[in-house]
Design a protein around this ligand. Structure first.
Ligand code: GNR
Ligand code: NI
Length: 173
């Protein structure tokens, strides 16, 4: 098991689209375990492969209060969704920012587990929000894409500066 590095906006790798998974092997299972470890450590309620610089179409989630409901979504798709609402959202790849975005309140999605077994699930509330958030990541999207260009640019400048400073600290010892 390993904790993976979570990329921060505006890292261009967050904009890469993912490719469907066709091989459900031990290497995939180990990667999924690393993603869970990284997500619980962060801590977060979801994590997409895109956020750790990987282009496999997989995300993990656990929206339970006691962190006992791990969910693996390989090749997820939303089957239907209803009642668009405005909700508060954050992202591990956009640290220290929260804003209001539009998400569906309820949906049904299909995905495959780590063994390639297909399942369908109904989701509402935070879980429904998280499914939409992780699917966006797998297509190179971020919740801040819903904000005004001015807000997004402000966030971009602040995080690019923070990234430069952390690079400088690493170089300077
Ligand atoms: O941990 C997370 N919390 C969260 C809160 C509201 C809406 C979406 C999320 S997902 C986020 C973790 C993350 O960045 N997943 O990609
Ligand atoms: Ni995110």
């Amino acid at each position: 098991m390993a904790i993976l590095e979570i990329l921060h906006f505006p890292d261009p790798r967050l904009r890469e689209a993912t490719s469907p998974i066709s091989t459900f092997d031990d290497a995939l299972s180990r990667f999924i375990d690393d993603m869970f470890e990284t997500m619980y450590d962060a801590p977060g309620v979801g994590l997409a492969a895109t956020q750790v610089g990987d282009t496999r179409r997989v995300a993990v989630m656990d929206c339970s209060d006691d962190k006992t409901e791990p969910l693996v979504m390989c090749n997820p798709e939303i089957l239907w969704a209803e009642e668009l609402e405005t909700v508060d959202e954050g992202c591990l790849s956009v640290p220290e920012h929260y804003d209001r975005v539009k998400r569906y309140a309820r949906l049904r999605f299909a995905a495959q587990d780590r063994h390639g077994e297909r399942y369908e699930m109904d989701a509402e509330g935070l879980l429904a929000q998280c499914v939409q958030h992780e699917l966006a990541h797998l297509d190179g999207g971020l919740y801040i894409d819903q904000l005004s260009r001015l807000k997004r640019e402000r966030i971009r400048r602040k995080l690019a500066k923070a990234a430069r400073q952390s690079e400088a600290e690493k170089a300077g010892g």
